[in-house]
Design a protein around this ligand. Structure first.
Ligand code: NDP
Length: 290
C-alpha cells in the first residue's frame, strides 16, 4: 500500500512533487495559501484541505515546499505536529534548517530537511537525473525512502539537519562560478565575427573535461599536501594571468569576474606556495576565526 502524503505549498515545485505522487498512486492531501492551485490538484484526484491544520491532521508524512523558511513557520504555526514526520523541501540556509529541526522537535515532530537539485520539469522524470539531498532524521528518511524516491532521486547526507542545505548551496555556488566563467568567455567574442553557437559546444566540452579536477582538489585537501599530482603549478598559472587581463582589455571586456580569483592566486603565491596546485586558494577563503 502506498504511503499517504500531505503536501503544503503548491507553487511550481510543490505542484510538480504533488503530481508525481498522485501519478504513482499515493493518496494525497494538499493545501495551498491561494486556493486556486489546490483546486487544480483536487481536480486531479488530491484531497483539498480547508486549512493547513486540517491537511497536517490528515497524514503522518507531511511534506512542505514553500517559498522560504519564514513562510514555513507561518504555515505550520497553527498546526499540531505531534508524531508527524515533517519533510521540509523549502530552500533554506544550513542555520535555518538546524533551527527548524529543533523547532519541529520541540513540537513533537521528527524532521527531515531537503535540498532539491532539480527544476520542476525534472520532477517525476527519473531519466532527467534530478535528486534531493536529505539530512536530519535518518529514521524518517529510511521509513519514507520509497515514497521520497517517487518525484526524484534521494541522497541522504547526514543527521545534521543543515547538511542538505549545505550540499545544495555548495553545488549551486560552484555552478555560479561556472556561469561566471562562461559569461566572460562569451563577452570576449561578443564583438567579433564568431558565432556564439559555435563557441558553446567547445565551451561545454572544455568545462566537462576540466570538471574532474575537483577530485584531485579533494584528495589534496584530505592529505594536506597541495603539491601532489600538480600539472600546472600556481607560479606558472599566476605568470599567465596578464595574458587573460590583456586579452580582456583588447576585447573591451571588463575583467571583473576574473580578478577576484586571480587576486587570491597572487596572495597564495606571495605566501611562497608556487609549487602548489590552486587548492591553497581555499585556505585563503576560510575564516579561521569563526
Ligand atoms: P513558487 O513561487 O512557485 O511557489 C511558492 C509557494 O509558497 C506557493 O505555494 C505560495 O503560495 C507559497 N507561499 C509563499 N509565501 C507564503 C506564505 N507567507 N504563506 C503561505 N504560503 C506561502 O516557488 P517554487 O514552488 O518554485 O519553490 C518552492 C521552494 O522550492 C522554494 O524554497 C524554492 O527555492 C525550492 N526550489 C525550487 C526550484 C525551482 O526551480 N522552482 C528548484 C529547487 C528548489 P501561493 O500560491 O498562495 O502564493
Amino acid at each position: 500500500e502506498k504511503t499517504s502524503v500531505t503536501m503544503l505549498g503548491l507553487g511550481a515545485m510543490g505542484a510538480a512533487l504533488a503530481r508525481a505522487w498522485l501519478a504513482d498512486g499515493h493518496p494525497l492531501t494538499v493545501w495551498n495559501r491561494g486556493p486556486a492551485r489546490a483546486a487544480a490538484l483536487a481536480a486531479e484526484g488530491a484531497k483539498d484541505a480547508a486549512t493547513a491544520a486540517e491537511a497536517v491532521a490528515a497524514n503522518t508524512m507531511i511534506v512542505v515546499c514553500l517559498l522560504d523558511d519564514t513562510s514555513v513557520e507561518e504555515v505550520l504555526a497553527g498546526t499540531d505536529l505531534v508524531g508527524k514526520d515533517l519533510v521540509n523541501l523549502t530552500t533554506s540556509t544550513p542555520g535555518q534548517a538546524r533551527a527548524r529541526a529543533e523547532w519541529a522537535r520541540e513540537r513533537g515532530a521528527r524532521y527531515l530537511d531537503g535540498g532539491i537539485m532539480a527544476v520542476p520539469p525534472m520532477i517525476g522524470v527519473p531519466e532527467a537525473g534530478g535528486y534531493v539531498f536529505y539530512s536530519g532524521s535518518r529514521e524518517v528518511f529510511e521509513r519514507h525512502q520509497e515514497t521520497l524516491s517517487v518525484p526524484a532521486g534521494t541522497n541522504f547526507v547526514g543527521e545534521d539537519a543543515g547538511f542538505a542545505a549545505l550540499h545544495d548551496v555548495a553545488l549551486l555556488s560552484a555552478m555560479y562560478g561556472m556561469f561566471a566563467g562562461a559569461a566572460h568567455a562569451f563577452a570576449l567574442i561578443r564583438k567579433e565575427d564568431i558565432d556564439p553557437t559555435a563557441l558553446a559546444p567547445l565551451l561545454a566540452d572544455w568545462l566537462v573535461s576540466m570538471a574532474p579536477a575537483v577530485h584531485q582538489t579533494a584528495q589534496q585537501l584530505r592529505s594536506g599536501d597541495y603539491t601532489k599530482g600538480v600539472v600546472s603549478n600556481l607560479a606558472m598559472q599566476v605568470a599567465g594571468t596578464p595574458t587573460f587581463l590583456s586579452t580582456a582589455e583588447q576585447q573591451g571586456v571588463s575583467p571583473e569576474l576574473l580578478t577576484p580569483y586571480f587576486e587570491l592566486m597572487r596572495r597564495r603565491l606571495a605566501e611562497g606556495s608556487g609549487e602548489e596546485d590552486l587548492t591553497g586558494v581555499i585556505d585563503l577563503l576560510v575564516d579561521d576565526r569563526s
